[in-house]
Design a protein around this ligand. Structure first.
Ligand code: GDP
Length: 297
């Protein structure tokens, strides 16, 4: 797994490694090295606040004689510690379990949902998907195509129907057919933000009423290729309560993979999954240590 992730994070790693190579060759003071490390983080799109915090922690742990190799190892430890401070476990402990996917259109929500369906679906854990974005025919169509490809049933509603009613129908199907997991794709129009948040709250309320304890997970899908703008989008979605983790998409082909650090640091949420491509196979469960190795080494 580390091999593939390393490959996918190639562009982010290049941005950082270039600085590291210079540091390895050069004869810099510790202060200068710390300054350069901070710059390397910023180049990989770690926010100013988060990179400042990481370097301050590194500085306070260093002895004056520590050179670059020692600092590099400590930096990795700091990054792993930061990324691992919230529990990344994906909980499907309900009977049945329901997962809501939320996020801005275009961020990769539908693809992320399909990847999860592919990963989870098994004879003893049957998965169903619900297309609750009833105002975007294309979104419903896309999920239906995924359903056919993966052999996973999709519940969809009439164009313009109340998304909560589609979810209600899906939950009834889930129970009647004794499936174990329902994955719900939701709308992501941010220009009507208040309405969207109300719509999501309503969906969540109906799920909780029909299946006590559900939804087990509410994953916020964020596009890593827009770097720190993902944080701005995320803050809008945090007005909606109960987000349990982040699904970070499009890590392949971006040099902005460092945004993962600011996302965890500033949103106080675990990253649970990484999207690394457009097919159902391009999914990684998040591991802080593997991520840091892939990003830096
Ligand atoms: P949604 O509007 O949030 O549901 O986004 P979609 O799932 O439709 O994805 C938007 C576009 O991003 C599509 O062209 C996807 O194939 C693409 N996409 C989604 N996830 C990834 C990923 O991890 N890597 C890459 N390279 N493309 C992705």
């Amino acid at each position: 797994m580390l091999g593939t992730l390393r490959e996918k994070l190639g562009r982010t790693r290049q941005a950082i490694r270039q600085k590291f190579e210079e540091l390895l060759r050069g004869n810099k003071t510790q202060d200068e090295i710390l300054g350069e490390l901070e710059e390397a983080l910023i180049l990989a799109d770690v926010s100013l606040a988060t990179s400042g915090k990481i370097i301050a922690a590194l500085r306070s742990r260093s002895r004056p004689t520590d050179g670059f190799p020692v600092l590099e190892e400590r930096l990795k430890e700091e990054l792993v510690g930061l990324l691992g401070q919230y529990d990344p476990e994906f909980r499907l402990d309900g009977d049945p379990s329901i997962v809501l996917m939320v996020g801005v259109n275009g961020g990769g929500k539908t693809t992320a949902l399909a990847k999860l369906a592919y990963r989870i679906n098994a004879p003893d854990r049957k998965v169903m998907m619900a297309a609750a974005d009833t105002f975007r025919a294309a979104a419903q169509e896309q999920l239906t195509l995924w359903g056919k490809k993966l052999g996973v049933p999709v519940i969809r509603g009439q164009y313009g129907a109340d998304p909560a009613s589609v979810v209600f129908d899906a939950v009834q199907s889930l129970k009647a057919q004794r499936f174990q997991v329902l994955l719900v794709d939701t709308a992501g129009r941010i220009h009507t933000n208040t309405n969207l948040m109300n719509e999501l709250e309503k969906i969540k309320r109906i799920i909780g009423r029909e299946v006590p304890g559900a939804p087990q997970e509410i994953l916020l899908v964020l596009d890593s290729s827009i770097g720190q703008n993902a944080l701005i989008q995320a803050r809008e979605f945090l007005k909606f309560s109960g987000i349990s983790g982040i699904f970070l998409t499009k890590l392949d082909g971006t040099a902005k993979g460092g945004s993962a650090l600011s996302i965890v640091d500033e949103l106080h949420l675990p990253i649970k999954f990484l999207g690394t491509g457009e097919t159902e196979h391009d999914l990684e469960a998040f591991s802080p240590a593997q991520f840091v190795e892939a990003m830096l080494s």
